[in-house]
Design a protein around this ligand. Structure first.
Ligand code: NAD
Length: 489
């Protein structure tokens, strides 16, 4: 690919506040909307990581010596920059990831909310103090870890790095980000804006690349902690490798989210919520509705759901999936389920968009009478596809949900508070929705699943993440020599 045909400048690593040409191989960056080549990115090596680690180590003493109130000033300025450039950032997210402009705008808005949470940290990380014995005080303070790394997936190029980077930096760490090689462009803008907001050189660094650089991060002795978001297959690899090298690790994996629909559910609210959940971001959300378990007589709800799903138009309110391979994988799941006896009610296979024939599109697809043993009922499809499994009673539906290896989200649709609570208490997932198809806990609540949807202790955002990005120091003091003493003092 000749340089002058690229829409964006070649992507470069960001080390010590500068974009640098490195990486021992290069790879094209495509827009899944039309298949065009947007840029190229470097596939970094261990040598590149060494430079990033050295820059982060050099920046750490001065950065961590600031008070947290001083550190978060950067994020007040950064937040304003993101807001001022929201339209441009959303267009970039849409271009590299394939989601619609509306979805991309919501993604960047969520990045703003995550940045605001980092700004609020001085208010919530105040530590504790108690007179534990006569004249003796014990107090806790949060200390940063040092150099930490964040590895992100393709499906939220702007938001997922904001799950971790602002909190980690605000708490005094220096960060190395490894974005998905499929969507590196939003991270470039993040680096530019953090620099413009005044972040000192070396506090935030980016190394681009694939498997090789992730393995180097997991092995590097100077990296104290690794956060990972991606598929369960890779989450397991990263979690094992990072912890075997004695690092802290939290690794979020894939999902298979079950939505239990009861016959008394509000028809319109249920149909619109489920259609939005399964089709939003072309089903490429770890919180997407993937399996609907209908309890008893729910044909009236399925009928309305299909009407709503048919109104979601590819190329308008439904974006592309990430790649040709993803499109083929998703369509294969549909075809195999059909061959196994499931009924395709809404068929999104072979979708195209006029003028964007090189793009990768799958229309909304609803498949009824899927049985729990089918691959489409058990595996993560990661496309705009909803498998409907029929069950006779609520306990059977809960058992189907509980049998999943995953456990990111689950939801129940009903107008009965008692039945909703029955499901809330028994669902085996970290995030539960009642009459909500995408039950993302917003800040300051934390985000994280159960089972094979997350490895490690604690969640990745919100208050729960603060323990991950810091270590607690317990200091006990006594100043008065005349104070009463006992065995504890
Ligand atoms: P992925 O696992 O393929 O890639 C994630 C990251 O791992 C990328 O940066 C990639 O370069 C790297 N990687 C890929 N293969 C590797 C290997 N063999 N060894 C080491 N590193 C490797 O995931 P993806 O396709 O980019 O993202 C989609 C997946 O992410 C879905 O499964 C989705 O459910 C999941 N996801 C989960 C959450 C959550 O909160 N649980 C959020 C977003 C996405």
């Amino acid at each position: 690919m000749a340089v002058n045909t690229l829409k964006y400048p070649k992507v470069q690593n960001f080390i010590n506040g500068e974009f640098t040409r490195n990486g021992h191989k290069a790879m094209d960056v495509h827009s899944p909307l039309d298949g065009s080549v947007l840029s190229t990115l470097p596939l970094s090596s261990n040598k590149d990581l060494e430079q990033a680690v050295a820059a982060a180590q050099k920046a750490f003493p001065a950065w961590s010596a600031l008070t947290i109130k001083e550190r978060v000033q950067i994020f007040y300025r950064y937040r304003t920059l993101v807001e001022q450039n929201l339209d441009e950032l959303a267009a970039l997210v849409s271009e590299e990831n394939g989601k619609t402009i509306g979805e991309a705008t919501a993604e960047v808005a969520k990045s703003i909310e995550l940045t605001e949470f980092a700004c609020s940290l001085p208010q919530i990380i105040t530590g504790e103090i108690l007179e534990v014995s006569q004249g003796v005080e014990c107090r806790t303070t949060h200390a940063p870890l040092g150099v930490v790394a964040c590895i992100s997936p393709f499906n939220f190029p702007h938001m997922v790095p904001h799950w971790t980077v602002p909190n980690a930096i605000a708490l005094g760490n220096c960060v190395i980000l490894k974005p998905s090689e499929l969507v590196p462009l939003s991270a470039v803008r993040m680096a530019e804006m953090l620099k413009e907001a005044g972040l000192p050189d070396g506090v935030f660094n980016i190394v681009h690349g694939d498997k090789e650089i992730v393995e180097a991060i997991c092995d590097h002795p100077a990296i104290e902690a690794v956060s990972f978001v991606g598929s369960t297959r890779v989450a397991k690899i990263v979690y094992k490798r990072a912890t075997a090298n004695l690092k802290r690790c939290v690794a979020l994996g894939g999902a298979k989210n079950h939505l239990l629909v009861l016959p008394d559910a509000h028809v319109e609210m249920t149909a619109t919520n489920i259609a939005a959940s399964m089709s939003g971001c072309a089903g490429q959300r770890c919180m997407a509705a993937s399996a609907m378990v209908g309890v008893g007589k729910i044909d009236h709800i399925v009928a309305r759901l299909c009407e709503v799903a048919r109104d979601i138009k590819v190329g308008e309110s439904l974006g592309s999936v990430i790649s040709k391979e993803a499109k083929e994988r998703i369509e294969r799941y549909i075809t195999e389920a059909e061959a196994a006896g499931a009924k395709v009610l809404v068929d999104g296979r072979n979708a195209t968009v006029a003028g964007k024939e090189g793009g990768y599109y799958v229309g909304t697809t609803i498949i009824d009478y899927v049985t729990p043993d089918m691959a489409i009922a058990k595996e993560e499809v990661f496309g705009p596809v909803l498998a409907i499994i029929r069950s006779d009673d609520l306990d059977e539906a809960i058992a189907i949900e509980n049998s999943s290896n995953y456990g990111n989200a689950a939801a129940v649709f009903t107008q009965s508070g008692g039945l909703a609570r029955y499901v809330m208490e028994r669902a085996s997932a970290g995030m539960i929705g009642v009459n909500i198809g995408v039950p993302v806990p917003r800040e300051p609540f934390s985000f994280g699943g159960w089972n094979e949807s997350k490895f490690g202790v604690g969640d990745i955002t919100g208050k729960s993440s603060l323990a991950f990005w810091s270590k607690i120091k317990k200091t006990t003091t006594k100043w008065n020599p005349d104070a009463f003493t006992n065995w504890m003092s």
